[in-house]
Design a protein around this ligand. Sequence first.
Ligand code: NI
Length: 179
Amino acid sequence: MTLHTILKMGDPRLLLTAQPVTAFDTPELHRLIEDMRETMAVANGAGLAAPQIGVNLQVVIFGTGAVVPRYPDAEPVPRTVLINPTITPMGDEEIEDWEGCLSVPGMRGVVPRWARIRYQGFDPLGGVIDRVAEGFHARVVQHECDHLWGKLYPMRVRDFSRFGFIEVLFPELSDQADD
Ligand code: NI
C-alpha cells in the first residue's frame, strides 16, 4: 500500500472529468482502493475520490461506520466503494449544510445539496450498487461524486459570508482534519 499526497485546490488535475473504470476485480483496481482507504484513514476523512490522489478514474470511497468527531450530529454512513456512479435527485428539495474537503484544508463552507438522492454504480467486483440516501449520507455521496466531474465544493457555495477558516468558524473543531 502507498500513502498518497492529497492534491489541493488549484491543481488542474482536480478540474478534470474522470474516466469510467472499464475492468473490475483487477489487481490494479484493488491496489488503488487500498491506497485510497489508507490515505483517507490517515487524513481522517469521511470520503475520498481517486482524482484527489491524481488518479483520473471514477472511483470514490466514503463512509464512517461510526459517528465522525468533526460531524458529531451526522448519522453514520455505510463504508462504500462506488465506481462509475450516477446520481439522480429524488424531488427538488435542497438542504444547506457545512462541508469541508481534504483538498481544501482548513476551510468550511455552506453548500446546497439535494436532500434525497438515488445513487447507482458498481462495487470493485462489478456488482451493482443501487441505493436511496438522504441527509449526511446523501451529502457525502454528492460531494465525493462532484470530484469526478471536476467540481470542488467552494464552486457550489452561494453565500460567501458562510465560507471561511475552520479555526475561526469552529474553533472547537480546529484540531481535527478536514473533509
Ligand atoms: Ni472533497
